[in-house]
Design a protein around this ligand. Structure first.
Ligand SMILES: C[S@@+](CC[C@H](N)C(=O)[O-])C[C@H]1O[C@@H](n2cnc3c(N)ncnc32)[C@H](O)[C@@H]1O
Length: 250
């Protein structure tokens, strides 16, 4: 994966320093009820993991990006916390413990776009769970939209404490056949009108029909699948772009 490298991770950390309060509360509720330790795969900079650790919960994180995990450790140090973090890909997940709750917020799971990778990742996650454990995962809903092979560049920037700016520019495409949105991201570090660094990222998100994602979960060995509206214990309606799936490891 060539995503969430140096400038991308720094941009993310400045742009999204904390989780949405209602999202954090939603996952905290699961975490407090967990029978057994908690795992947050794709934990990134720890927007969910660190507040849970601060609340005294037994949680570990996994992420493929060393840059995101270093920022998580730095945020942890500032709070007097030492999170247990593993640099691993979901397809090669190998952890000493098994978990009572595994949760993946923010539709991070949609970053996996290859079907065989999605299936292998779900199987690895299942194997990392205790029998009867809960899996909660947020995905983006597939909504009908035309395929685009030429999008328009968009962009914005964030400012670092030293006054330098990190610009992101993106050029999107959408494949309706695959239900995948792809973007080329260009990050540029600019200070005093001079370009200091740049970085390219190939970004993709897979969108799901609710029934198709439920079938994937069931094929991977999960049961009692339920789907919720983001951060509420009610069923989603057609206007919801995000879907939260809860399932139990058989
Ligand atoms: C959008 S960030 C979200 C992080 C966190 N869930 C949050 O809400 O702040 C997605 C994270 O998924 C990680 N990631 C992407 N593909 C992965 C994979 N195959 N295995 C493990 N982590 C992965 C990235 O490195 C990145 O840190």
């Amino acid at each position: 994966m060539n995503a969430y490298q140096k400038l991308s991770a720094e941009f993310y950390d400045i742009d999204k320093p904390t989780a949405q309060p209602e999202a954090l509360e939603f996952y905290l509720d699961y975490a407090r009820r967990s029978v057994g330790p908690i795992l947050e795969p794709m934990c990134g900079t720890g927007r969910f993991l660190l507040p849970m650790l601060a609340a005294g919960l037994d949680i570990e994180g996994v992420d493929l990006s060393d840059e995101m995990l270093s920022l998580c450790r730095a945020r942890g140090r500032a709070l007097g916390l030492s999170p247990v973090l593993h640099t691993q890909s979901l397809t090669a997940l190998s952890l000493a413990r098994r978990f009572g709750l595994v949760f993946i917020p923010s539709s991070s799971f949609c970053l996996l776009t290859d079907e065989s990778v999605v299936e292998a990742s779900l199987e690895k996650l299942r194997d990392a769970m205790l029998p009867g454990a809960t899996f909660v995962v947020e995905v983006e809903r597939l909504v009908p939209r035309p395929s685009e092979t030429s999008g328009t560049w968009g962009g914005r920037w964030v400012e670092r404490p030293d006054g330098a700016k990190i610009l992101i520019s993106w050029l999107p495409q959408y494949s309706s056949v695959e239900g995948i949105g792809r973007s080329i991201h260009r990050y540029e570090l600019v200070k005093d009108g001079r370009l200091l660094e740049s970085e390219y990222e190939e970004f993709a998100l897979k969108f799901y029909e609710p029934a198709a994602f439920q079938a994937l979960l069931e094929r991977a060995g999960f049961a009692d699948v339920r789907v919720f509206k983001p951060y509420e214990a009610t069923s989603p309606d057609d206007s919801d772009e995000g879907l939260i799936f809860e399932a139990r490891r058989r």
